[in-house]
Write a protein that binds this ligand. Sequence first.
Ligand code: SAM
Length: 180
Amino acid sequence: MEGEPEVAVLRLGHRPGRDERMTTHVGLTARALGADRIVIAGEASGPKGTIEDITDRFGGPFDVELTESYRSLLNSWEGAVVHLTMYGLPVQNLEDDIRDAHADAPLLVVVGAEKVPFDVYERADYNVGVTNQPHSEVAGLAVFLDRLFGGRELDRQWSGATHRVVPKATGKQVEPLEDQ
Ligand code: SAM
Protein backbone atom coordinates (compact mmCIF):
# COMPACT_ATOMS: atom_id res chain seq x y z
CA MET A 1 0.00 0.00 0.00
CA GLU A 2 1.07 3.58 -0.52
CA GLY A 3 4.00 4.63 1.65
CA GLU A 4 4.77 1.07 2.76
CA PRO A 5 7.24 -1.56 1.53
CA GLU A 6 5.88 -3.54 -1.39
CA VAL A 7 3.70 -6.61 -0.98
CA ALA A 8 3.78 -8.86 -4.05
CA VAL A 9 1.86 -12.10 -4.59
CA LEU A 10 3.37 -14.98 -6.57
CA ARG A 11 0.78 -17.34 -8.03
CA LEU A 12 2.24 -20.78 -8.78
CA GLY A 13 0.83 -23.74 -10.65
CA HIS A 14 -1.70 -21.97 -12.89
CA ARG A 15 -3.23 -24.53 -15.23
CA PRO A 16 -4.49 -22.85 -18.42
CA GLY A 17 -8.17 -23.57 -18.96
CA ARG A 18 -8.82 -25.14 -15.60
CA ASP A 19 -7.56 -22.33 -13.32
CA GLU A 20 -8.54 -19.20 -15.26
CA ARG A 21 -11.22 -18.09 -12.82
CA MET A 22 -9.31 -19.03 -9.66
CA THR A 23 -6.16 -17.24 -10.80
CA THR A 24 -8.23 -14.18 -11.71
CA HIS A 25 -9.74 -14.22 -8.24
CA VAL A 26 -6.32 -14.54 -6.60
CA GLY A 27 -5.30 -11.39 -8.49
CA LEU A 28 -8.49 -9.48 -7.71
CA THR A 29 -8.21 -10.42 -4.04
CA ALA A 30 -4.57 -9.36 -3.93
CA ARG A 31 -5.50 -6.00 -5.46
CA ALA A 32 -8.57 -5.38 -3.33
CA LEU A 33 -6.89 -6.32 -0.06
CA GLY A 34 -3.73 -4.25 -0.18
CA ALA A 35 -1.08 -6.02 -2.29
CA ASP A 36 0.78 -3.95 -4.88
CA ARG A 37 1.48 -6.53 -7.55
CA ILE A 38 0.86 -10.10 -8.67
CA VAL A 39 3.28 -12.27 -10.61
CA ILE A 40 1.65 -15.29 -12.22
CA ALA A 41 3.84 -18.23 -13.24
CA GLY A 42 2.87 -19.63 -16.62
CA GLU A 43 0.53 -18.76 -19.47
CA ALA A 44 -2.18 -16.69 -17.84
CA SER A 45 -2.88 -13.91 -20.33
CA GLY A 46 -6.65 -14.24 -19.74
CA PRO A 47 -6.49 -13.61 -15.98
CA LYS A 48 -3.89 -10.89 -16.53
CA GLY A 49 -6.22 -9.04 -18.91
CA THR A 50 -9.21 -9.34 -16.60
CA ILE A 51 -7.29 -8.07 -13.56
CA GLU A 52 -5.92 -5.16 -15.61
CA ASP A 53 -9.41 -4.28 -16.85
CA ILE A 54 -10.68 -4.13 -13.27
CA THR A 55 -7.70 -1.99 -12.26
CA ASP A 56 -8.32 0.40 -15.16
CA ARG A 57 -11.96 0.75 -14.15
CA PHE A 58 -11.80 0.78 -10.36
CA GLY A 59 -8.29 2.04 -9.70
CA GLY A 60 -4.83 1.12 -8.66
CA PRO A 61 -1.95 1.13 -8.44
CA PHE A 62 -1.75 -2.61 -9.07
CA ASP A 63 0.52 -4.42 -11.52
CA VAL A 64 0.15 -7.83 -13.15
CA GLU A 65 3.10 -9.72 -14.58
CA LEU A 66 3.56 -13.17 -16.09
CA THR A 67 6.78 -15.13 -15.63
CA GLU A 68 8.27 -18.32 -16.98
CA SER A 69 11.01 -18.33 -14.35
CA TYR A 70 9.48 -17.87 -10.92
CA ARG A 71 12.52 -19.39 -9.19
CA SER A 72 14.66 -16.45 -10.17
CA LEU A 73 12.09 -14.13 -8.56
CA LEU A 74 12.04 -16.28 -5.42
CA ASN A 75 15.81 -16.52 -5.21
CA SER A 76 16.50 -12.86 -5.81
CA TRP A 77 13.73 -11.52 -3.54
CA GLU A 78 15.12 -8.95 -1.13
CA GLY A 79 12.77 -9.40 1.78
CA ALA A 80 10.79 -12.11 3.47
CA VAL A 81 9.03 -14.85 1.52
CA VAL A 82 5.74 -16.15 2.93
CA HIS A 83 4.30 -19.37 1.49
CA LEU A 84 0.64 -19.99 2.29
CA THR A 85 0.06 -23.70 2.84
CA MET A 86 -2.25 -25.85 4.93
CA TYR A 87 0.89 -27.60 6.22
CA GLY A 88 2.45 -24.45 7.65
CA LEU A 89 2.63 -22.95 11.12
CA PRO A 90 -0.49 -21.10 12.30
CA VAL A 91 -0.82 -17.57 10.94
CA GLN A 92 -1.82 -16.30 14.37
CA ASN A 93 1.58 -17.42 15.72
CA LEU A 94 3.62 -15.86 12.91
CA GLU A 95 1.80 -12.66 12.03
CA ASP A 96 3.75 -10.42 14.43
CA ASP A 97 7.11 -11.64 13.11
CA ILE A 98 5.96 -11.22 9.51
CA ARG A 99 4.64 -7.72 10.18
CA ASP A 100 8.01 -6.82 11.73
CA ALA A 101 9.83 -8.23 8.71
CA HIS A 102 7.60 -6.19 6.39
CA ALA A 103 8.10 -2.96 8.35
CA ASP A 104 11.24 -2.11 6.38
CA ALA A 105 11.42 -4.63 3.53
CA PRO A 106 9.20 -5.96 0.74
CA LEU A 107 7.19 -9.12 1.24
CA LEU A 108 6.49 -11.88 -1.28
CA VAL A 109 3.41 -14.02 -0.63
CA VAL A 110 3.32 -17.32 -2.52
CA VAL A 111 0.10 -19.22 -3.22
CA GLY A 112 -0.25 -22.46 -5.13
CA ALA A 113 -2.85 -24.19 -7.21
CA GLU A 114 -2.18 -27.92 -7.11
CA LYS A 115 0.99 -29.31 -5.55
CA VAL A 116 3.69 -26.75 -4.76
CA PRO A 117 7.30 -27.97 -5.35
CA PHE A 118 9.15 -28.74 -2.14
CA ASP A 119 11.97 -26.28 -2.81
CA VAL A 120 9.40 -23.50 -2.34
CA TYR A 121 8.79 -24.76 1.21
CA GLU A 122 12.55 -24.67 1.78
CA ARG A 123 13.03 -21.22 0.24
CA ALA A 124 10.18 -19.66 2.21
CA ASP A 125 11.08 -17.77 5.36
CA TYR A 126 7.61 -18.55 6.68
CA ASN A 127 5.34 -21.46 5.70
CA VAL A 128 2.02 -20.17 6.97
CA GLY A 129 -1.23 -22.05 7.51
CA VAL A 130 -4.53 -20.21 7.68
CA THR A 131 -5.83 -23.08 9.76
CA ASN A 132 -4.32 -26.47 8.96
CA GLN A 133 -7.40 -27.44 6.99
CA PRO A 134 -7.49 -27.64 3.20
CA HIS A 135 -9.37 -24.77 1.60
CA SER A 136 -8.52 -22.27 -1.13
CA GLU A 137 -5.73 -19.92 -2.17
CA VAL A 138 -8.25 -17.08 -2.41
CA ALA A 139 -9.46 -17.56 1.15
CA GLY A 140 -5.94 -18.07 2.51
CA LEU A 141 -4.67 -14.94 0.77
CA ALA A 142 -7.59 -12.83 1.98
CA VAL A 143 -7.18 -13.81 5.61
CA PHE A 144 -3.41 -13.44 5.46
CA LEU A 145 -3.50 -9.94 3.94
CA ASP A 146 -6.08 -8.79 6.45
CA ARG A 147 -3.87 -10.08 9.29
CA LEU A 148 -0.79 -8.47 7.75
CA PHE A 149 -2.41 -5.06 7.38
CA GLY A 150 -4.53 -5.29 10.51
CA GLY A 151 -7.63 -4.18 8.61
CA ARG A 152 -6.06 -0.98 7.22
CA GLU A 153 -6.41 -2.35 3.69
CA LEU A 154 -10.19 -1.91 3.94
CA ASP A 155 -9.67 1.86 3.77
CA ARG A 156 -7.19 1.75 0.89
CA GLN A 157 -7.33 4.78 -1.41
CA TRP A 158 -7.48 4.20 -5.17
CA SER A 159 -6.08 6.30 -7.97
CA GLY A 160 -6.65 6.39 -11.71
CA ALA A 161 -10.16 4.89 -11.53
CA THR A 162 -12.77 5.75 -14.14
CA HIS A 163 -15.62 4.48 -11.96
CA ARG A 164 -16.44 3.90 -8.34
CA VAL A 165 -19.04 1.92 -6.49
CA VAL A 166 -21.30 4.02 -4.31
CA PRO A 167 -21.98 2.02 -1.16
CA LYS A 168 -25.70 1.40 -0.74
CA ALA A 169 -27.75 -0.25 1.97
CA THR A 170 -29.83 -1.72 -0.85
CA GLY A 171 -29.31 -1.80 -4.59
CA LYS A 172 -26.36 -1.22 -6.87
CA GLN A 173 -24.81 2.05 -7.97
CA VAL A 174 -21.65 2.60 -10.00
CA GLU A 175 -20.82 6.16 -10.97
CA PRO A 176 -18.32 7.49 -13.50
CA LEU A 177 -15.54 9.67 -12.13
CA GLU A 178 -14.52 12.93 -13.74
CA ASP A 179 -11.02 14.38 -14.25
CA GLN A 180 -9.37 11.06 -15.12
N1 SAM B 1 -2.77 -29.98 -0.63
C1 SAM B 1 -2.44 -28.79 -1.35
C2 SAM B 1 -1.16 -28.14 -0.82
O1 SAM B 1 -1.20 -27.28 0.07
O2 SAM B 1 -0.11 -28.43 -1.36
C3 SAM B 1 -3.62 -27.85 -1.32
C4 SAM B 1 -3.72 -27.09 -2.57
S1 SAM B 1 -4.92 -25.83 -2.45
C5 SAM B 1 -6.18 -26.36 -3.56
C6 SAM B 1 -4.18 -24.51 -3.36
C7 SAM B 1 -3.48 -23.48 -2.52
O3 SAM B 1 -4.36 -22.97 -1.55
C8 SAM B 1 -2.28 -23.95 -1.74
O4 SAM B 1 -1.12 -24.05 -2.53
C9 SAM B 1 -2.16 -22.87 -0.69
O5 SAM B 1 -1.44 -21.75 -1.18
C10 SAM B 1 -3.62 -22.48 -0.45
N2 SAM B 1 -4.17 -23.07 0.77
C11 SAM B 1 -5.04 -24.09 0.85
N3 SAM B 1 -5.34 -24.36 2.13
C12 SAM B 1 -4.62 -23.48 2.88
C13 SAM B 1 -4.49 -23.24 4.28
N4 SAM B 1 -5.16 -23.95 5.18
N5 SAM B 1 -3.67 -22.25 4.68
C14 SAM B 1 -2.99 -21.50 3.79
N6 SAM B 1 -3.08 -21.68 2.46
C15 SAM B 1 -3.88 -22.65 2.01
